[in-house]
Design a protein around this ligand. Sequence first.
Ligand code: NAD
Length: 528
Amino acid sequence: MIESRDPITSELLGQVPEMDAGQVASAIARSREASRSWSQLSIDKRCQQMRLAADTMLDSADEIVDLICRETGKTRVDAWTSELLVTAELIDYYLKHAGRVLAPRRVTSGTLKTKRASKHYAPLGVVGVISPWNYPFSLTMTPVVTALFAGNTVVLKPSEVTPMVGLAAARIFEATAYPDIVQVVTGGSSTGRCLVAGGVDKIVFTGSVSTGRLVAIAAAETLTPVLLELGGKDPMIVCEDADLDRAANAAVWGAFTNAGQTCISVERVYAVASVYEDFVKRVAAKAARVRPGKQVGSMTFPPQLDVVKRQIDDAVRKGAKVLLGGERPAGLSEMFFEPTVLVDVDHTMSIMTEETFGPVLCIMKVADDAEALAAANDSPYGLSASVFTRSSERRDRLVRGLAAGSVCVNDCLVNYAIPSLPFGGVKKSGIGRAHGPEGLYELSMVKAVAEDVTGLSSDPLWFPPRRVFEALTRRFIQARYRTKPGARLAGLLSGHQSRNAADRGLTTLPGTRATAARASDDAASRGS
Ligand code: NAD
């Protein structure tokens, strides 16, 4: 059994079994059975059921928030906004737009005017969802509801650190007329491995880069597709023309909200030299007012505290200065950590290159925008980034240059709360996208349909081959695809092809008469 405990009080919240391969296989079988009816529902009928689920979630929102706070140690404001609000927004967005996004779509059939071409979106089947502990509700509900809207059923494995929230999330769907559409398997990495190997139709994994890599390797064995939402080391660039007050407020909130345990936390700030001192002064003043236990909750997972401490020690050993914090605060549970600001940092320090996932903000001085951009991109991660500037020209240049899945301008983290925006990373931060139409397409199978509209008993290009089509096709290709209008006309009249191409031998294919003739000429000239 796995125990779930309140990280602040250590109170036992519940116990769940560590499920084995047999139990996971049974859950997948139940899910597949449920998918037989769920996948056949029209999108309107599915939306009706999802409305029931949404109302059930809202009926029990207070209890869900209580449970989230007790199992993670986060503040109630964090739980209401980043867990409940973003989930409600996403469901609302899909209720309004999933029908349009997933409707069959006519597409051009090019020059094949006698064919009707369309794209149809079908469910994949059973989607395995593996979720983390840092936002145990929203990061569980996001893939679960997206999969359901797309017509799939789900087998969910919540984090072993926050299983009670995972179970509460799954219970919401019991209010629908299809109570088996979300199955839960509880346990840690071995249960997760069973789910990945269990024959589901796609795995949506949210977690660390190291586990994501293991999931991708295991999924490759069965060619199970994966969507990976992994870690980040998100940079913020503060330009010389930035509103420094707004930038400092954003950096402090972006680094310390949810005690920094956010995949898109602001972890590195690059401030250009001309505003660096002023910016650091403002950040220090604002960060000093952020109180652990009041505005900032506790850390959730004990080993994460060691990572934070180790990275700070490494940075200090290499010359970094702790401007604020750096310790556990007195008088609070040992799972709290003071909001910490570090300066004089550089990329030799692990705190500037590895994910910290704690309430730590590092500020580095850079000469100019170009140096800031190079430093921001000097990372194996590429989840999100933010830019503070008043200039639209600078904004465009930096947005273009940043290697990240999302960029916030004069803001941070807010991209996740806009459900129409795709969310996901580049480089080691992941593969694929959640949210928006892209999220639904990730969990759908697109079926290409080509339909004849002539009603003829045969097609002109079918057997037997007609020689006239060779000449016609030759003229057609030259007339239709040449890029210069004059050449198109010449092509239509003569089936003309450029002499240069013929001279260069580009038109003689192996096995054609011309090739054979040239081969025999060559043989003759060698006298053999
Ligand atoms: P983790 O990788 O330790 O665990 C994530 C999940 O994977 C858990 O449910 C765990 O039980 C399961 N798991 C562990 N080993 C497994 C295996 N071999 N096969 C299958 N499943 C396995 O991550 P975590 O500590 O729970 O979460 C924190 C990490 O998640 C951070 O790195 C954070 O950046 C990342 N994260 C990313 C996003 C995003 O959307 N990009 C969002 C939140 C968190």
